[in-house]
Design a protein around this ligand. Structure first.
Ligand code: PMP
Length: 391
């Protein structure tokens, strides 16, 4: 007689079964086999010297990807949300003013995170599918005098690529740190952290980098570090405390690294490999490829009679395209049909774009004309076979 009251689950006695899918939604994207295989390497200790070398490789890859010389550059163990919280929890103290630009859900989420740590939060709002001008941003900075301004570069919920030029300089004129979310854009659209005077920049591993989700590159300028390391209060999270992370990643001036948490070793291998692939292609080549493929895609959609949600061509995100939900159709039926018939993921809207758009992500090695053709075929087929109301 067993002493166990919970028997071994039958479902775990079946082998793991994962289908192959074309991952053309806003993320995660497909992971190429070179990256998957990197993750299959033996697990070594997170404090072994070889692991520190791999982390140093990752650090220099992120510096290249972000175009920054910041020594405070590392990868957080967690997804994009973890990096968001790492940025906000370290830079903001209770009672400080935070300003977030809202042109989709990410500005709303950043506001929510800042509120949770007792910041006084204001927002400056752009219409869905639009973006803010530098004049509007300056007005808000001068009105609210925030310690931190949050902006999303690639708004994956609305498909907007927000212009960045001049905003860092404005923030610094008002003695404010500039925090940018580049989860959906980095590697697929130009961004220059140092030149654009961005103080904190983060991304995720599962979009243009084509690595599995679970690691999130982040970098802090000297100005940001000065504020963080002169805080009066401890950051609310031990796990995300930059003092600890800086030491774990060899970014401080301590002679040795001490245990903070066990890093996701296999995920670090995959992140390193995805950065190595990017280095092989070259950042500018990657930007250009994404731009060309997006133009080809957008032209194909328009020739089918579909409309793009972002009216201003220059503000269209090359990685995630938002298509106005075809009139008379149920968007859910379209995405479900395409998944069932073409084994291909595209998605509906998110936050302010729910019900208004279909979202297609072609990121990293998924960004190719062959994949565009596949999506266009699937959409044509769906519009032929899904129900269309007469009204
Ligand atoms: N910011 C943006 C712009 C995103 O697109 C996402 C993911 N969709 C996130 C943040 C959050 O990333 P994660 O899901 O990896 O936590």
């Amino acid at each position: 007689m067993s002493s166990l009251s919970v028997p071994p689950p039958k479902r775990l006695q079946k082998p793991l079964a994962v289908p192959y899918r074309h991952m053309f939604g806003p993320g995660p994207s497909n992971v190429p086999s070179r990256i998957l295989l990197a993750g299959a390497n033996p697990v070594i200790g997170h404090m072994h010297p070889e692991m520190f070398e791999i982390m140093n490789d990752i650090k220099s890859g992120i510096q290249y990807l972000f175009q920054t010389k910041n020594s405070m550059t590392l990868a957080v163990s967690g997804t994009g949300h973890t990096a968001m919280e790492c940025a906000i929890f370290n830079t903001v103290e209770p009672g400080e003013n935070v300003l977030t630009a809202v042109n989709g859900i990410w500005g709303e989420r950043a506001a929510d995170m800042a509120e949770r740590i007792g910041a006084r939060v204001n927002t400056v709002v752009a219409p869905p599918g639009g973006f803010l001008t530098n004049e509007e941003i300056e007005q808000a900075l001068s009105k609210y005098r925030p310690a931190l301004f949050f902006l999303t570069h690639g708004e994956s919920s609305t498909g907007v690529l927000h212009p960045l030029d001049g905003i860092g300089q404005l923030c610094h004129k008002y003695n404010c740190l500039f925090l940018v979310d580049s989860v959906a854009s980095i590697g697929g659209a130009p961004l220059y952290m140092d030149q654009q005077e961005i103080d904190i920049l983060y991304t995720g591993s599962q979009k243009v980098l084509n690595a599995p989700p679970g690691t999130a590159p982040i970098s802090f300028s000297e100005r940001a570090c000065k504020k963080i390391f002169n805080r009066r209060t401890k950051p609310v999270s031990f796990f995300l405390d930059l003092k600890w992370l800086a030491n774990y990643w060899g970014c401080d001036d301590k002679p040795s690294r001490v245990y903070h948490h066990t890093g996701p070793i296999s995920a670090f291998y995959t992140l390193r490999e995805s950065l190595a692939i990017l280095v092989g292609e070259g950042l500018e080549n990657s930007w250009e490829r994404h731009e060309k493929v997006a133009e080809y895609f957008h032209a194909g959609l328009e020739s089918m009679g579909l409309k793009l949600f972002v009216k201003d061509r220059t503000a269209r995100l090359p990685t995630v395209t938002t298509i106005v939900a075809p009139h008379g159709y149920d968007w859910k039926e379209i995405t479900t049909y395409i998944m069932k018939t073409h084994n291909l993921e595209i998605s509906g809207g998110l936050g302010p774009s729910v019900g208004l758009v279909l979202r297609v992500g072609l990121m990293g090695f998924n960004s190719s004309k062959a994949n565009v053709d596949m999506v266009l075929e699937a959409l044509k087929d769906a519009l032929k076979h899904c129900h269309k109301s007469k009204v």
